[in-house]
Design a binder for this molecule. Structure first.
Ligand code: ZN
Ligand code: ZN
Ligand code: ZN
Ligand code: ZN
Ligand code: ZN
Length: 335
């Protein structure tokens, strides 16, 4: 905020006997009888004196007494000066010193009072009212209206996103995926490298590794045992944090389903940057399918070296080599 200063216009109203050559500095009339002096100048009347006072940029009245200046403009009162202050995004009151919070749709500013209110876990903005989930997370009214709070609602939307990805992105598996809506504590416990804010979901593939040995007898080599490992009892699950607004829920499902796909097609890829970068890339494509390109600003701006850098690496690789090129690259990594 630029500097605001206040000056006091002090005017001495003086009554004196007429001096022979005194003229009003505004109307230039000769003065007879009473006159006023202000800042060394002489005025025949209050009206003439008023004409030299600065005009308030807000109410357009003449400024008397304490005058505020800001950006070369004058304001007659604190109230008029306040009209130039930014207004709080929440209580809509003007304030001098606020807090800026960056959001996907631009910066939002809050007065100190509102900035100190509890922040919604989903949109991370302060809110005066909302709901508290059983695990302690706070959800603002706006997010709560669109929140996925029941297993049934979650399952329905999860199936819908999976179908959209199959049909429009040609991406999916025929795994039987067990979907579950979980609270933050469960997600924290289930996820090995969970960092709050980074992932709001989890894909898990668990299995039992079994060994089978085939024995062959040959006339020349005698008995030969060939041992190989195979996976059995494959179980796939996707857990998504409860209480996410619908649009965020869709993004998280897309991310986790991308992990499922990669796990099936390129199971030997170990690089977290590639795995998370791919999942984030797929999430941007699904956001586009649902007409929510603005949500992709999060991935574009993410400074995390696995999620953000990973996403940008995949995005740029496709720009340069096409999707076929990326698949060839995945095949290389999968060896
Ligand atoms: Zn005059
Ligand atoms: Zn004013
Ligand atoms: Zn406020
Ligand atoms: Zn919210
Ligand atoms: Zn992930």
């Amino acid at each position: 905020m630029r500097k605001i200063s206040a000056i006091i216009l002090t005017c001495l109203a003086v009554f004196q006997l007429m001096a022979a050559t005194l003229r009003c500095s505004v109307c230039r009339r000769e003065i007879h009888g009473r006159y006023l002096i202000c800042n060394g100048k002489v005025f025949c009347s209050q009206k003439c004196l008023d004409r030299t006072l600065p005009v308030c940029a807000a109410c357009h009245k003449r400024c008397r007494g304490k005058v505020y200046t800001k950006d070369g403009k004058f304001y007659c009162s604190e109230k008029c000066l306040e009209t130039t202050f930014p207004k709080c995004s929440l209580c809509h009151q003007p304030f001098r010193k606020g807090v800026v919070i960056k959001t996907l749709t631009g910066d939002k500013i809050y007065c100190p009072h509102c900035a100190a209110l509890p922040r919604c876990f989903a949109c991370s903005l302060p809110a005066a009212s909302g709901i508290k989930l059983p695990d302690g997370r706070f959800l603002c009214d706006d997010c709560a209206r669109m929140a996925i709070l029941t297993e049934a609602a979650g399952q329905e939307l999860f199936d819908q996103v999976r179908e959209e990805m199959r049909r429009k992105l040609n991406l999916g598996t025929n795994h039987k995926i067990h979907f579950q809506l979980v609270d933050s504590k469960t997600l924290l416990k289930a996820s090995a490298n969970y960092e709050p804010g980074l992932e709001m979901g989890l894909f898990k593939h668990s299995y039992t590794v079994k060994t089978r040995t085939e024995t062959t007898y040959s006339l020349f080599k005698g008995r030969q045992d060939k041992t190989e490992q195979y996976l059995t009892n494959n179980r796939y699950s996707v857990s998504v944090l409860s209480g996410l607004p619908r649009r965020k829920f869709i993004e998280v499902c897309a991310h986790e389903l991308a992990h499922d796909w990669m796990d099936a097609e390129y199971p030997k890829i170990k690089s977290l940057k590639i795995k998370e970068g791919w999942a984030e890339y797929v999430a941007t494509r699904v956001n586009e399918l649902y007409g929510r390109q603005f949500m992709n600003k999060r991935m574009e701006a993410n400074t995390n070296e696995i999620y953000g850098d990973g996403y940008r690496f995949i995005r740029d690789y496709i720009r340069e080599h096409g999707m076929d090129g990326l698949m060839r690259y995945f095949s290389e990594l999968n060896k």
